[in-house]
Design a binder for this molecule. Structure first.
Ligand SMILES: *[C@@H]1O[C@H](CO)[C@@H](O)[C@H](O)[C@H]1NC(C)=O
Ligand SMILES: *[C@@H]1O[C@H](CO)[C@@H](O)[C@H](O)[C@H]1NC(C)=O
Ligand SMILES: *[C@@H]1O[C@H](CO)[C@@H](O)[C@H](O)[C@H]1NC(C)=O
Ligand SMILES: *[C@@H]1O[C@H](CO)[C@@H](O)[C@H](O)[C@H]1NC(C)=O
Ligand SMILES: *[C@@H]1O[C@H](CO)[C@@H](O)[C@H](O)[C@H]1NC(C)=O
Ligand SMILES: *[C@@H]1O[C@H](CO)[C@@H](O)[C@H](O)[C@H]1NC(C)=O
Length: 431
């Protein structure tokens, strides 16, 4: 079996700094909005890697990777007309499908970074609406572990203050994770400063973070309750950057406006109504979970809508590449794609790159978020570029759906921290 590799030319993007704070007067208090670009990391221009993206989301949410899992019998309302074209992703009977996320050394699942200034040092961090820690590689780590990452050096920051006794730790079910010390510093994003932002410096990271040379750390944008800081005795969750700036913004929101290539703009404090069609649909989230979480009990393939009352809740996650849906939903989708199959070696659904993909819609509360078939392919998996890895994948029965970039490429999303809701609008895409 030849090794599966990816060849992908990444367009090197100029590092355009969009960060322009736009102050505005409101009842005597200066409020504002600001933009932050999300860019391809030009230091490590490798293409997207389907298996790595799959491993990353399974690790992040502690989902069990099942060596074998059973395809559920007779999925509700599912058309069987196309079974022929999808024998290995069959939706009838209960034959066992192998769905392991293949162990493969290439990482590079996170390609997109945004510039952040911490105490005068520039680091490139992933804005992650699926977690709540602002943590980064630091010089507390050995130079060998740091490798090609940029590491924050607290001793070179005049404004860094260590919080004595405080620690943080993110641990995943597979034993991997990151941990370290805690401090506060002046954090500037898009020209807007937070004077006393809690920053978490890694002094331990597991191999998966070392290998993921694209990420120097994260800016967690989920709710502060999930922050992992503790004082050595008990949890003392720190406020996220968004929680700290929210009160100073024109609107208590940040928005994700991503292009089909995954680059784009995060904007804080403002909703740019030129970026989507019609009005935003607002859906309340279950903020008590700490996530931007909502129910999702319907989906559509092309024009056909399916009720899925047992559908797992879903999370809007800018830190995940894929649209990870309940396994039956992924099976239903790929049953409509000629030649699609669940490939055990690659660890997900693949199909011939020349297949026509139907549009997919997933429910976000009562709103149907449509993703045109033209933006669903995530990556190729072979040297000849004949086999493609889908941007829609199954969660192997994990009980949670994770809506990542595959959705954001087609949907403008406003995260409203004021009334804890998501605003969704269809992005105009050339189809
Ligand atoms: C596969 O696609 C990549 C990226 O578009 C390209 O650089 C490469 O030449 C292609 N390989 C073949 C065999 O067409
Ligand atoms: C199923 O596949 C067989 C063999 O490839 C083909 O002859 C037959 O027409 C297909 N049936 C349908 C309903 O597509
Ligand atoms: C499904 O699994 C059950 C229990 O393992 C078994 O009895 C049944 O024959 C299987 N059905 C099919 C269609 O394979
Ligand atoms: C800064 O943050 C730390 C940790 O959250 C807190 O203990 C301290 O009181 C804050 N200082 C100021 C000046 O707000
Ligand atoms: C939340 O705020 C937005 C924007 O101000 C508003 O349009 C929407 O109706 C509100 N949503 C909920 C669920 O309250
Ligand atoms: C889907 O619906 C649209 C609008 O109702 C229609 O124009 C289109 O032909 C339909 N497509 C299919 C495949 O039925």
């Amino acid at each position: 079996m030849p090794s599966l590799r990816i060849f992908f030319v990444v367009v090197l993007l100029a590092a355009i700094v969009l960060a322009v704070p736009t102050p505005a007067k409101k009842r005597g208090v200066q409020k504002r909005s600001f933009k932050v670009p999300r860019q391809i990391n030009t230091a490590h221009p490798t293409g997207p890697n389907g298996p790595a993206a799959m491993r990353k989301v399974f690790r992040k949410y502690n989902f069990e990777v099942k060596a074998d899992f059973t395809v559920k019998e007779g999925f509700i309302g599912l058309s069987k007309q196309n079974q022929n074209a999808s024998s290995s992703a069959a939706t009838d009977g209960n034959q066992t499908q192998s769905g392991s996320v293949a162990a493969n050394p290439e990482q590079n699942a996170a390609l997109f970074l945004s510039p952040v200034d911490v105490g005068g040092q520039k680091v490139n961090l992933d804005f992650d609406s699926g977690s709540s820690d602002l943590w980064m590689f630091s010089t507390e780590l050995s130079t060998k572990t740091i490798g090609q990452h940029t590491a924050f050096d607290a001793s070179k920051s005049a404004t860094f203050k260590k919080v004595n006794g405080a620690q943080w730790k993110i641990s995943y079910g597979d034993g991997s994770g990151a941990a370290g010390i805690v401090g506060t510093d002046v954090v500037t994003i898009g020209g807007v400063k937070v004077q006393n932002q809690t920053v978490q410096l890694a002094n331990q990271v597991s191999q998966s973070f070392v290998e993921d040379t694209n990420t120097d750390g994260l800016v967690g944008l989920a709710f502060s309750t999930l922050n992992t800081v503790n004082n050595g005795v008990q949890k003392t969750p720190a406020k996220t950057f968004f929680d700290n700036v929210m009160g100073d913004l024109d609107l208590p929101v940040f928005t994700a406006d991503l292009d089909p290539d995954g680059t784009g703009v995060y904007e804080f404090g403002k909703i740019d109504t030129t970026k989507f069609e019609g009005d935003l649909a607002w859906v309340p989230v279950k903020a008590e979970t700490g996530f931007w979480q909502f129910s999702s009990t319907k989906f559509a393939i092309g024009n056909q809508t399916f009720d899925n009352p047992q559908g797992s809740d879903a999370i809007a996650d800018t830190g995940t590449s894929l649209l990870l849906v309940d396994q039956q939903v992924a099976e239903a989708y790929y049953s409509q794609v000629q030649g699609a199959q669940l490939n055990a070696q690659v660890g997900g659904f693949v199909y011939p790159c020349d297949a026509t993909l139907p549009d997919m819609s997933v429910a976000i509360g009562d709103y149907m978020a449509k993703i045109p078939g033209s933006v669903i392919t995530f990556a190729t998996v072979d040297d000849a570029n004949t086999t493609c890895f889908g941007g829609v994948q199954g969660n192997q029965g994990a009980g949670m759906q994770i809506f990542g970039d595959t959705m954001f490429r087609a949907q403008f999303v406003a995260f409203n921290g004021g009334n804890q809701s998501l605003g969704l609008g269809q992005k105009p895409l050339a189809q």
